[in-house]
Each structure stands twice: as C-alpha cells, then as structure tokens.
Design a protein around this ligand. Structure first.
Ligand SMILES: [Fe+2]
Length: 386
C-alpha cells in the first residue's frame, strides 16, 4: 500500500486543504513507478477510455480527443506534447493504489487518478481547475509555476480565458512561485489556483483529483427531494384579492397568496415576479406557427381601421417593475423598446382591440415593429373593420 511519509492529515486539512498549495518532497514511504508510457498509451487506445493529446504547434496548443489509434504514437514529435489519460485508476490496479494515501478525505469527494505523459517541454498550458488536486511526480521532472492566490469567480470567467481554446487557458497568468518536482514529490493545488506545468525532459505525473457538486446541483437535488414529498393538491389562494383595472397585469404576489408556501423555502419577495410571469403564461400546448400569423406589413391608416383579436392559444401577462413594464408571452419575456410600456398595457388589455385605440402610439416606429412582431407570431390576428 502506498503511504505518505511524515504526513499529518489533520495539520494538512487545517492549514492547506482548500486554502493554499503545498509541496512535499519525497512524500511517500516507498515510491514506486505505477505505469510506464507504453502502458498508458495502450489505455488511451481502449474504447471507453478518456484521453487527449495536447500538442504545441506554432506556440499554440492543439487538442486531440481519444481514444486513439496506436499509429497515432508513430507520428508524435520528439518534444512539446502531452498525453493525458483520465480515470486510469479504473484501468490499472497499480495506479488505483494511489487513491489509498488520500483516504483522509471522504471517498465521495474523490474523482479519479489521471496520468499524464509529457515529452520534453510538453505542457497543457497555464490554467486553473475547479477542483482540488494532488500532483505526484512519477518518472522524470516537471517545473510548476503557481499564482499567488486562488482566482475569484470573476477571474475564472470568460474575460480571463484565451479565446478559442478548449483547454480553458488563462490569458493573464502571473507566476509567483516555482517548483521543480522530482520523482516521488507531491504538489497540492487548491481549486481556482492558476498553475502551469512544463515537462523538463520526458516525464510522467499522476493527478489525484477531487470533485465537489456545484451549489446549483445541490440546491436542485435538495429541492427535488422536498418536492417528492409534497402534495400536488395545494394551490395558491387569493381570497383577499382587490379590484384591478387591467386583467393582464400581475399586480402583486403578496404574502397573502403564499399562505401555503413550504416552510423549508424562503418566500419570494412580492416584487420578484419574473418567475411567476413565466409560469402563469406557460402555454397549454406548444403551438406550431399559427395559420393566422401574418408577414403582411400594415400602414398606420390600415391599423387605425382594423380590429385586432387575440389568439387564445397564447398566454400574455405583464407586470410593472421600478416604473417599467415587463411583458411575457407563452412563458418567455417579450423584448420591446422601453418607451412602449403603455402600448403593451393597451394591447394586452382586451381580447378584441380597435385599431383606433392604439393609433396614437404609432408615431413611434418601434411601436409598429412590436405590433408586426405580435401579428407575425400569430398572437394577434387582424379582422378588417371595413
Ligand atoms: Fe490542472
């Protein structure tokens, strides 16, 4: 069994885990080579294996996805390329041994043991990962440069990545520390901590990678487990409803309506209505483009003398937020020019609308576009009045 030497897991968890990098020289009691390059290349050719080759060409890194043909390795250059094989612990009993030294972290946090073979100067570029990783140097040597702190979420965003690269390389890497790992050395890198490894000669390194569910996944799973226990027969109640002039308005979702809201979930605030508008305008059936839809262009005069009728297959609603109107059609927000809120109110207010009622809005070019959009989608159709 592989064992860490002079290693205090409690001290590590307290001072380094998810906090800062750590290098341990000669980390293992008796370090052995777990796989040789030929064996690794062999796994990368197996159906069902996950592997990639990263090749530097004209100072750019190119990625090829496995599984590979064995012939691939006949044409690889002398230097500047890397083969990465994921989940090698699933393929090799000996590589799987590398999980054992890290069982002081629960198994559900562990992802896999990946192995990378690099020719001289091979690199996968400067990048960060969203997970913790222990890198263990096998054969040969690698130079590692690390940034001075973990990146913020913003610094992990698209503005900080090299355009058009599949490798999520960062465009603003700043090395603050550098180590050369030798056989049996170990480097721990926390999540979001930028790092850049380059092979010095031919080398193999092992990555014991961890994983954590995203908070989004966790919330989803938690809410789903709660919903599974919930009855379908509890509904919104609004016995305190007060009169409202425009029936298409979602006037408020006050806490009176949310009496049956589950106690395990925070009540949405009464002015947070977008999700509710999406829900209540969800159409009963998904319609194809309506037969009534029209690409016809109308003049202002024609509009003034027309009657517009709502197609009831579509559901419409709007609400007012900070003095602006937000409109929804069939579960989706409708985009329109901000100054057309009053037109929306009129358009949405009636099942049958006299063109004359909206003619005053049509001085605005965008009003005509909006009307044309709704007619084009078959949400309204035109009944000629004369
Ligand atoms: Fe990495």
């Amino acid at each position: 069994m592989m064992k860490l030497k002079n290693f205090d897991p409690e001290n590590f968890l307290r001072n380094y885990w998810q906090k800062k990098p750590l290098v341990i020289r000669q980390a293992f009691e008796s370090f052995e080579q777990l796989i040789d390059p030929d064996e690794l290349a062999g796994i990368s050719c197996e159906e069902g294996s996950f592997s990639k080759i990263i090749l530097e060409k004209n100072k750019k890194l190119e990625v090829m996805e496995g599984p590979f043909d064995p012939e691939t390795y006949e044409s690889t250059p002398e230097s500047n390329w890397t083969l990465m094989v994921m989940e090698v612990d699933h393929w090799s009993e000996t590589v799987a041994k590398l999980r054992d030294p890290f069982t002081f972290i629960p198994e559900w946090r562990m992802d896999d043991v990946s192995v990378s073979y690099a020719a001289d100067s091979g690199t996968v570029g400067a990048h960060f990962d969203f997970y913790d990783v222990f890198i263990i140097q096998g054969i040969g040597r690698r130079r590692w440069q690390l940034e001075s702190r973990a990146r913020t979420l913003e610094e992990c965003g698209p503005d900080h990545l090299v355009d058009g690269s599949d490798l999520k390389l960062v465009n603003d890497f700043h090395s603050s520390e550098e180590w050369i790992l030798e056989e049996g050395d170990l480097l721990y890198i926390p999540p979001q901590w930028g790092h850049y490894g380059v092979s010095l000669g031919e080398s193999i390194s092992y990555s014991v990678g961890f994983r954590a569910p995203s908070i989004k996944e966790m919330v989803l799973s938690y809410v789903k487990s709660k919903l599974d226990l919930m009855s379908e027969d509890i509904f919104l109640e609004d016995p305190h409803r007060s009169f409202q002039g425009n029936s298409s308005e979602i006037s408020a979702l006050d806490s009176n309506c949310l009496v049956n809201w589950p106690e395990w979930l925070e009540k949405p605030s009464s002015n947070e209505l977008n999700w509710f508008a999406e829900l209540v305008t969800e159409p009963k059936r998904i319609q194809d483009l309506d037969e009534d839809s029209s690409d016809e262009e109308f003049s202002k005069e024609e509009i003034a003398h027309s009657v517009f009728v709502r197609n009831l297959d579509h559901r419409l609603a709007y609400f007012e937020e900070n003095g602006e109107i937000r409109a929804y059609v069939d579960g989706k927000e409708l985009s329109f020019a901000r100054d057309l809120g009053d037109l929306i109110k009129v358009l949405f207010s009636k099942r049958e609308l006299q063109g004359a009622e909206i003619s005053k809005f049509l001085e605005n070019e965008k009003a005509l576009d909006l009307l044309q959009n709704l007619l084009g989608r078959g949400i309204f159709y035109r009944d000629s009045a004369d």
